[in-house]
Design a protein around this ligand. Structure first.
Ligand SMILES: O=c1ccn([C@@H]2O[C@H](COP(=O)(O)OP(=O)(O)O[C@H]3O[C@H](CO)[C@H](O)[C@H](O)[C@H]3O)[C@@H](O)[C@H]2O)c(=O)[nH]1
Length: 335
């Protein structure tokens, strides 16, 4: 008998890689659940003869009822992430926390023996600029105003209090596939950054299905490990060079000095020892990303690097807060 897997958020950055890796295995019957939009239809419909695709709203009990029956394992990735979560905190709470609650309730009713695998986030630890080595037992102290982190902490609690078997992975900085946004300037340049690629992250989720006993009722930090560590400044410098944008020459105060998250997962090897999910180093990440940029795009970026950087700087809220002498925001971003 094939095992029945439910994957929510299957068209997302991590979700899509997870789907591809689930499909590589013949042993699963796969149901995906996602919001219907251009991206999800484009990414999911090519697999319509191999998987069950259900479009719906994770915050709508009637929609969730339809997907909860007879599932052996659930990988729950559907969420609103920053920057949208920062702009619409109420929506993030509804989707990330209440959506998780509804899914759990329906699974408790219809698939009480399912194994629930959840993606939380490094943001739950808050600002770790001065104490960058993070362990899973550390205090959960989201950065000021980080509504997204709060939604993830509350969802973790709902899962831990449920009658299901579960595991929770707190994801490090997942790099690859996300668009550049104003978040770029929220992160202090001296942040200790550990990345993981979407492919490696997905591998952990997929491998967890067969390692239920080892990961059951435990929370893990998921990161790429030592070979995926760098400072945020170093990461941006390499990225700018790769995109053809030249030096990272933004004015003083373009980047925040505090109140973001990220760090190095001191205990990250615990999950690796169980799942053996890591295949990519930081160099692999840059090679993968570099392969996606056409030489034409690179050449264009090189020619237009000044206006591109001007445009980027305009997105910097820390820089704006100085220009506008906005006391509250200055206090949020600067020491
Ligand atoms: O109401 C919604 C909102 C979003 N989604 C889906 O959720 C997925 C989110 O994908 P993103 O690319 O936006 O997010 P990531 O894959 O980068 O996020 C992953 O990593 C994050 C932590 O880094 C979070 O933990 C998140 O739950 C997990 O999917 C998408 O398929 C999106 O369509 C829904 O199904 N319903």
């Amino acid at each position: 008998m094939k095992r029945a897997i439910l994957l929510t958020g299957a068209s997302g950055t991590v979700g899509y890689q997870t789907l591809l890796q689930l499909l590589e295995r013949e042993t699963y019957t796969i149901t995906v659940f996602d919001k219907k939009n251009e991206m999800s239809v484009k990414r999911l419909s090519p697999f319509s003869d191999r998987i069950e695709i259900v479009y719906g709203d994770i915050t709508n009990t009637v929609d969730v009822e339809k997907i909860a029956a007879n599932k052996d394992a659930v990988i729950h990735l559907a969420a609103i992430i920053p920057p949208i979560a920062d702009e619409h905190p109420e929506l993030a709470k509804k989707v990330n926390t209440e959506g998780t609650r509804i899914l759990i309730e329906q699974l408790e009713l219809q698939s009480p023996n399912t194994f629930f695998i959840y993606s939380s986030s490094i943001s739950v630890y808050g600002d770790r600029l001065k104490t960058p080595y993070i362990n899973v037992g550390d205090r959960l102290l989201p950065s000021k105003g980080d509504a997204y982190a709060v939604t993830k902490i509350l969802a973790e609690k709902i899962i831990q209090n449920s009658n299901l078997d579960w595991t929770i992975f707190r994801l490090a900085a997942i790099m690859g596939g996300h668009k550049m946004s104003k978040l770029m300037f929220h992160q202090p340049l001296d942040t200790s950054l550990e990345i993981a690629t979407p492919q490696d992250t997905a591998r952990a989720f997929v491998k967890a299905i067969n390692k239920q006993a080892a990961v059951s009722k435990r929370i893990f930090n998921l990161g790429g490990g030592e070979s995926c560590r760098i400072s945020y400044e170093g990461f941006l410098k390499r990225s700018f060079k790769m995109f053809g944008l030249g030096a990272l020459n933004f004015p003083d105060k373009a980047f925040a000095e505090k109140n973001f998250h990220c760090g190095f997962y001191e205990d990250g090897d615990t999950l690796e020892a169980i799942l053996n999910f890591r295949q990519h180093t930081l160099n692999d990440y840059f090679a993968l990303e570099n392969a996606k940029i056409s030489p034409l795009k690179k050449a264009a970026a090189s020619v237009f690097k000044r206006p591109v950087k001007w445009y980027l700087l305009k997105q910097s809220e820390p820089y704006e807060s100085i220009k506008n002498d906005d006391k509250d925001l200055k206090e949020l971003f600067f020491n």
